[in-house]
Ligand binder design. Structure first.
Ligand SMILES: [Zn+2]
Length: 101
């Protein structure tokens, strides 16, 4: 099929703006080291967050115009950017030990 649609039924102006910021950051300031490329743009109606998802379900978020990985520690559930999670507990540092920012 050569025709694709992005269904924005439940997206408001705020979410559209967040998507713009994400795509701009992806194009201009992509500082991710885990995220491998956009496969989906996701909007979590529970949290209100809009983020990018790659083919391995890695998530990228926009912060101050920069695209960053969003990770969560499998042990304690601590989540955030790599530097935020690295500031967490020992399990979080262990989880991210092979990840260079
Ligand atoms: Zn942890």
């Amino acid at each position: 099929m050569n025709y694709h649609e992005l269904d924005l039924t439940n997206w408001g102006r705020r979410e559209i703006r967040m998507m713009q910021d994400l795509l701009k950051a992806h194009a201009e300031k992509n500082h991710t080291v885990i995220f491998s490329g956009i496969e989906k743009i996701a909007f979590n109606q529970m949290s209100g967050y809009v983020f990018l998802v790659d083919g391995d379900f890695n998530v990228a978020i926009e912060q101050d115009g920069v695209l960053l990985d969003h990770v969560s520690c499998p042990d304690c559930g601590n989540e955030g950017t790599i530097s935020e999670v690295k500031d967490g507990a020992d399990c979080c540092r262990e989880f991210l030990k092979d990840v260079e920012e």
